[in-house]
Design a protein around this ligand. Structure first.
Ligand code: G3P
Length: 217
């Protein structure tokens, strides 16, 4: 399963990329606002850090304007994936831009039917938002499972890019279900290594090693 980093914080991206844990990056208008930087400038810098897909989102609402914005974003670098919302205008934009050879990530997906439409529109990635479904007491992971079943039933190539990841459990469950990618905030990715028994066991090893009086170097 691929890990994409869900942020426009270039230092956090660089840190995870150095660890081999950044197979790509996703941004959105809220993450660009949080970065405090110009979208074209920060996206270009991110594309220079990671070799995998970097999602940059259009902000227009009509297909014609989305297509124009998407073409401009795609000019930034070869690894740009143009992000479009799951609306009919977004699906039309997806069809046009994938037809021109661009990667497209269809975002703000909250139902299996929406994911089915995105696959039929030729989406490279579909971004179902797990955390925001959980927020309204629905089970976001059930959606990932439903999309996996549908895509496998019909052999769709669209990659499931599980988004709105809030916990380490989301990551593990997405891997069990068979999502192709998870995109998670840097802190969630970093938390995947944490376990209280690892800390406890290492502490005991260090205490016992100290008692040997030995050194390795
Ligand atoms: O890429 C989508 C992601 O940024 C949304 O996450 O936590 O705002 O629902 P969240």
């Amino acid at each position: 399963m691929k890990f994409f980093v869900d942020t426009a914080d270039v230092e956090a991206i660089r840190d995870l990329n150095d660890l081999g844990m950044a197979d790509g990056v996703t941004t959105n208008p809220s993450l660009i606002l949080k970065s405090g930087r110009d979208i074209l400038e920060v996206t270009k810098e991110i594309c220079g850090i990671v070799s995998g897909p970097v999602s940059a989102e259009v902000v227009a609402l009509t297909a014609d304007e989305m297509i124009a914005e998407g073409r401009k974003l795609a000019e930034i670098a070869p690894n740009i994936a143009v992000k479009v919302p799951l609306t009919w205008d977004g699906l039309k934009t997806c069809k046009v831009l994938t037809g021109e050879g661009h990667m497209v990530n269809v975002t703000l997906c909250f139902s299996a039917n929406q994911a089915l439409l995105a696959a039929k529109a030729g989406a490279t990635f579909i971004s179902p938002f797990i955390g925001r479904l959980d927020d309204i007491n629905l089970d976001g992971l059930d959606l990932i499972s439903d999309i996996r079943t549908i895509y496998d039933n019909y052999g769709f190539d669209t990659q499931i890019l599980a988004a709105s990841i809030r916990t380490a459990n989301h990551v593990a469950q997405c891997a069990m279900i068979g999502a192709d990618v998870v995109t998670a905030p840097p802190a969630v990715i970093k938390s995947l290594a944490n376990h209280v028994l690892t800390d406890k066991g290492l502490d005991q090893f260090m205490q016992d090693w100290a008692k040997t009086g030995q050194t390795i170097l």
